[in-house]
Design a protein around this ligand. Structure first.
Ligand SMILES: CC(=O)SCCNC(=O)CCNC(=O)[C@H](O)C(C)(C)COP(=O)(O)OP(=O)(O)OC[C@H]1O[C@@H](n2cnc3c(N)ncnc32)[C@H](O)[C@@H]1OP(=O)(O)O
Ligand SMILES: O=C([O-])CC(=O)C(=O)O
Length: 452
């Protein structure tokens, strides 16, 4: 049921008027040299700031020409491949170390890491009555929506939410990063009870758990999980934690921060942005698209048949009729997104000799076939690769994590990056972010009501 009391006929009429008065001729963007989506004509982003936090490296510009390269992701100077492989070599969880690295600016030593993990564990519980008042009441079918509202609601539980001192901001950031997984799982349990007719259970937290272990333990009725499962979830958390200042959600966080507003407003806005299907919400869309391909392609090993269906998607004749192959394409990466490379390898290993193997091969065929089809259909020479959202949902599904949590898991991890960028904006930005819009409306003489 829609709460709006505007009937269909009125809605159509208002929309018609809106469209008639609001179309903008695409040629005007060129005439006024407007950088649509804050992009230069070759697709590179307009430089909007400086950052110490992360380098997303996806192409080189040589004598004015953009050349594709294999993608690299560097957190605070450390290559993501090194961060991941060293945590794996030492057989330990890596996400908490990455949170420390992003917030504080360098890797923690053993004592610092132990103390930080303790701080995160202490901060996981929600304030008194928060679950009853803010999560159980007014549930949402969409966990991203509930998480954004829960973060905003935390403002009321903070004694001094307008304190902008770095010490206060740091404490707030650690508190929110630690609480968000708990908020996510709680919101999901309530959603299942209210909308799916399932039982609600709320296991007590175990303070010694890493973030990945806490999530698996809280989600499963019997609290059981294997070490291997927890390490894969930890890997997903490490890979999603940060992606520079220009991605849509981080930029949203920086835009809000630059106005001087409170952290709860800035972080909830970032969650709202990440929810979008062209950003973090793409992992959910990939799952739906994968299902649609499985339903419509009879022989999953027939590349011709898969290519025909992808052609229909690209021509807006199938799936959600947007023409987008979700999980493909990136604003920065050209030949590869290093996160998708790592996730593909892990997805392959997990699926081998299991019921998931055929599905993995189908997804991999989508990744392989789409770039050529895209070039042919669009007549574009844009290099296109799979992005982080291509395989993440599939890995979550093999871990038994429900689709409702695909994008929320991304938000839980990325909160670390958003917090680091908020600090950087507070400390180094010092200007309200305020680009310009060229007005093309012209001027009109006011007509009195009776004469219109
Ligand atoms: C965590 C993340 O946010 S990763 C990205 C997740 N998003 C997705 O997977 C959604 C699918 N991909 C996309 O929509 C895009 O590739 C984006 C948003 C990720 C990046 O977009 P950009 O590189 O900036 O490309 P841009 O938006 O300029 O598109 C250029 C053209 O290519 C098309 N295009 C880009 N990606 C795709 C795609 N995956 N499938 C079909 N067409 C595409 C666009 O529709 C556009 O067509 P148009 O000129 O007819 O309007
Ligand atoms: O960088 C981007 O535009 C989107 C992305 O991959 C991310 O935020 O992880």
């Amino acid at each position: 049921m829609i709460y709006s009391m505007i009937n269909n006929a009125a809605r159509s009429l208002l929309c018609e008027q809106f469209i008639a008065n609001n179309t903008i001729d695409p040629k005007l963007y060129d005439r006024y040299v407007v950088k649509r989506g804050l992009r230069n004509s070759d697709g590179t982003g307009v430089m909007a700031g400086l950052t110490n936090i992360c380098n997303v490296h996806g192409y080189v510009v040589n004598e004015g020409e953009k050349s594709p390269i294999q993608g690299q992701l560097i957190y605070r100077g450390y290559n993501i491949n090194d961060l991941v492989s060293n945590a794996q070599k030492e057989n330990r969880f890596g996400y908490e170390e990455i949170v420390y690295l992003l917030l504080m600016g360098d890797l923690p030593n053993r004592e610092e890491l132990t103390a930080f993990k303790g701080m995160m564990a202490e901060n996981r519980p929600l304030p008194n009555n928060f679950f009853e008042d803010m999560i159980l009441k007014a549930p949402s079918k969409n966990i991203m929506n509930k998480m954004a509202r829960a973060i905003l609601a935390l403002y009321s539980y903070d004694d001094n939410p307008e304190n902008r001192s770095p010490e206060y901001e740091m404490a707030t950031a650690i508190s929110i990063i630690s609480k968000l997984p708990n908020i996510m799982v709680s919101a999901y349990q309530v959603k299942k009870r209210c909308y799916d007719g399932e039982s609600l259970f709320m296991h007590p937290l175990i303070p010694t758990h890493s973030t990945a272990e806490m999530i698996l333990s809280a989600l499963r009725p019997d609290r059981q999980f294997t070490e291997e499962e927890a390490k894969i979830l930890d890997l997903l958390l490490m890979l999603h934690a940060e992606h520079g200042g220009g991605n849509n959600s981080t930029f949203a966080c920086r835009v809000l921060t630059s106005s001087g507003t409170d952290p709860y407003s800035a972080y909830s806005a970032a969650i709202g942005s990440l929810k979008g299907p062209r950003h973090g919400g793409a992992n959910l869309k990939v799952a739906a698209m994968h299902q649609c391909i499985k339903d419509n392609v009879q022989n999953w090993e027939d590349e011709g048949e898969i290519a025909d269906f992808l052609t229909k998607i690209l021509n807006k004749e199938a799936f959600d009729h947007t023409g987008l192959v979700y999980g493909m394409g990136h604003a920065v990466y050209t030949l590869s997104d290093p996160r998708a490379v790592i996730l593909r390898e892990n997805a392959k290993k997990m699926a081998e000799n299991t019921e998931f193997e055929r599905e993995y091969k189908l997804l991999e065929a989508v990744e392989r076939l789409t770039p050529e089809l895209f070039k042919k259909i669009k007549g574009s020479d844009k290099a296109m690769c799979a992005n982080v959202d291509m395989y993440s949902g599939f890995v979550y599904s093999m871990l038994g994590i429900p689709e409702d949590l695909y994008t929320p898991m991304f938000a839980v991890s990325r909160m670390a990056g958003w917090c680091a960028h908020r600090f950087e904006e507070l400390v180094t930005g010092k200007r309200i972010i305020r680009p310009a819009y060229k007005a093309i409306s012209g001027e009109k003489k006011y007509i009195p009501l009776d004469e219109r």
